[in-house]
Design a protein around this ligand. Structure first.
Ligand code: ATP
Ligand code: LTN
Length: 327
């Protein structure tokens, strides 16, 4: 069975971008693939985190995976720092990827812009991400559009390593959703909806109550020209709402733009569709968070399964580069 790997940082509350950009594909892919889904806590250390808060968010993020429909009976669900091979292979990746390549990563440029102090790990982070993916002989990586460049870099790193040291890694491919691969902030529709950077009014959280979802959609920023058409560069707010409706309802962009003439009814239908999609997620999330012992047992089983796979790949890679095995 082909392998899938993906991860989410425990850096905040899961939102609609995570759901439509990543989670829905994660759930669908369980039918066909051997899936590994990871709470990438090491990645979140690239920026300041409060220790107690980080522990709490790690559990919440894992509960979010299950709430959206990741099935621990079929998929392996685990926490990155529980499998030490990630940090170790990351060093070999930093020794494969060039400084110039990391300098070209747009996410680094965006997240470091204007900051007085930037952690070295924010710069090297794509090497850790490459390690995450390559450790599991991953064929496909379901992600949102913002991660496309990192997956390209992972592919380049795998190809370069294999060329230099012999066939070691599977070269993975990104899988992006047809719609809503880049969900925009509802208040600032030129920026992506984000856990760490968006305002509460601009973000729909997976656990928002129905009234909050409807209110945020109603107040979403659009424009005043009144013409209902899909044009992301001239009409980013409205186009985002159209994308969202296409994604949650399965309707096409053309069908949507031809069936509404005013923004109000489109917003109302979008709000209803989002409430219907997210209500069961919110309910399951509440149940899961009520039983943290069950969650940590699942994460323990997941770590054990993940480590068994990761250890083999790491040993192969260390051997390939010429690190002397212990006697
Ligand atoms: P942060 O703001 O801390 O960078 P984030 O909200 O971008 O967090 P991540 O943990 O970085 O979330 O991303 C998890 C997954 O969700 C990734 O596959 C990413 O591509 C996807 N994703 C995140 N934001 C969006 C978005 N606005 N639209 C579509 N997909 C998204
Ligand atoms: N960098 C990603 C999270 C991430 C990831 C991964 C996604 C870390 N490792 C491996 C897919 C595969 C992010 O910030 N969204």
């Amino acid at each position: 069975m082909a392998r899938v790997f993906s991860g989410v940082q425990p850096s905040g509350t899961l939102h609609l971008g995570n759901y439509l950009g990543a989670f829905r594909q994660w759930v669908a892919m369980q039918e066909e693939f051997d899936c590994f889904y990871c709470v990438v806590d090491l990645h979140s250390l690239t920026v300041e985190q409060d220790p107690a808060e980080l522990r709490r968010k790690t559990i919440e993020t894992a509960a979010g995976f299950l709430a959206v429909g990741v099935d621990p009976g079929r998929s392996t669900l685990f926490v990155q720092s529980h499998v030490h091979e990630h940090a170790e292979l990351a060093w070999l990746m930093e020794s494969t990827i060039a400084f110039g390549e990391l300098s070209r990563m747009t996410q680094f440029k965006e997240k470091s812009a204007g900051k007085a102090s930037v952690r070295a790990s924010l710069f090297t982070y794509p090497a850790l991400m490459a390690a995450d993916i390559l450790l599991y002989d991953t064929d496909r990586v379901p992600v949102g559009d913002d991660q496309r460049q990192h997956i390209e870099l992972t592919r380049d790193a795998a190809i370069r390593f294999n060329g230099r040291y012999g066939e070691t890694f599977v070269v993975p491919e990104a899988v992006l959703p047809a719609h809503a691969a880049r969900v925009m902030d509802l208040q600032q529709p030129r920026n992506k909806m984000s856990k760490s950077e968006s305002s509460p009014q601009g973000t729909i959280d997976l656990v928002d109550p129905p009234e909050a979802i409807s209110q945020k959609v109603r107040r979403a920023v659009t424009d005043t020209d009144g013409s209902l058409r899909y044009d992301p560069s001239a009409k980013p707010g409205l186009s985002n709402l159209i994308e969202l409706l296409a994604s949650v309802s399965g309707r096409s962009i053309e069908e949507i733009t031809s069936s509404y003439s005013q923004y109000g009814p489109l917003k109302a239908d979008l709000a209803d569709a989002l409430v219907a999609a997210l209500a069961p997620v919110r309910e399951r999330y509440g149940q899961l968070m009520a039983d943290p012992a069950e969650l940590s047992a699942l994460l323990e089983q997941g770590a054990e399964k993940a480590a068994a796979v990761a250890a083999k790949t790491l040993a192969r890679a260390k051997d390939a580069v010429g690190l002397l095995p212990r006697a």
